[in-house]
Design a protein around this ligand. Structure first.
Ligand code: ADP
Ligand code: MG
Length: 256
């Protein structure tokens, strides 16, 4: 049975999609079977995995509304060697359309149950909001990975996310845990980065992943080629860090 993880943070531009795509590719390099679920109407994870979001026959939108199953909608990232449940802007409408459905926060969980046994990891790239879409991700998952930049405002808003996770745990999904905070876009030359990083370790202890993802231009360039950074330039510092993070996650699920 797959372990299912949300990559979540209600802020935009904090590295959720970069983490989702590169962790997926890093895990695939470690011979793990991975499904990447793009739960953001922006479709950046879909494009970053090399799948054209404009040409989809079916997508996660149809899956959430019960008009297609995961088996029909999933596609293969040939570059990344993982499967993708793709998304595009149609998904923005799902939020409203799902209002009429029963158990609307469990639609993704129920849909994933059909393919669960085919994967070691399911990674869900969440949109930048604590919305019904994100709630579907949190209800489906065993754990949450929270990417964070080590900057002054990093902790702002974290308590909203943590409270949402607590509520989901109490009311909807007792499996759900925060697996860890992932330090991303890290610049070791900045004193502030070092200080915030040390504070995170102090406050959150072993909830902070050991792996640190550096700021690395190759990771930012890769999406425009539709190739995960881990595959685009495997020797780059960013790629190496995401492969190390994959190894940390493989180790981590053995204790779950
Ligand atoms: P989110 O999904 O949280 O909105 P993204 O993963 O799309 O965030 O990242 C926001 C921007 O930062 C993108 O342009 C991305 O290429 C860039 N980026 C993310 N991580 C890194 C990194 N480690 N080094 C350099 N650029 C990065
Ligand atoms: Mg994103």
């Amino acid at each position: 049975m797959a372990k299912i993880f949300c990559v979540a943070n209600q802020k935009g531009g904090v590295g959720k999609t970069t983490t989702s795509v590169n962790l997926a590719a890093g895990l695939a390099k470690l011979d793990q079977r991975v499904l990447l679920v793009d739960l953001d109407p922006q479709g950046n994870a879909t494009m970053g995995a090399g799948i054209n979001k404009a040409g989809l026959k079916s997508s996660i939108y149809e899956v959430l509304l019960g008009e297609a199953d995961v088996n029909t909608a999933r596609m293969r990232s040939e570059a990344g060697r993982f499967d993708v449940l793709p998304s595009n802007r149609e998904l923005a409408g799902a939020e409203v359309e799902m209002v009429q459905l029963e158990q609307r926060e469990r639609r993704l969980k129920d849909a994933l149950a059909a393919v669960d046994s085919e994967y070691d990891f399911v990674l869900i790239d969440c949109p930048p909001a604590l919305s019904m879409l994100t709630l579907n991700g949190l209800c489906a998952a065993h754990g949450v990975i929270i990417p964070m930049q080590c900057e002054y405002y990093a902790l702002e808003g974290l308590s909203d996310l943590v409270n949402t996770i607590k509520k989901v745990h109490a009311n909807l999904n007792t499996d759900l845990k925060i697996i860890g905070l992932l330090r991303v876009m890290f610049d070791p030359r900045m004193t502030l980065s070092q200080q915030v990083s040390a504070q995170l370790e102090e406050h959150f202890g072993d909830k902070v992943f050991k792996t640190i993802i550096p700021r690395n231009v190759r990771l930012a360039e890769a999406p425009s080629y539709g190739i995960p950074g881990v595959v685009f330039d495997p020797a780059s510092k960013g790629a190496q860090a995401y492969i190390a993070f994959g190894a940390e996650m493989v180790k981590r699920i053995k204790t779950m």
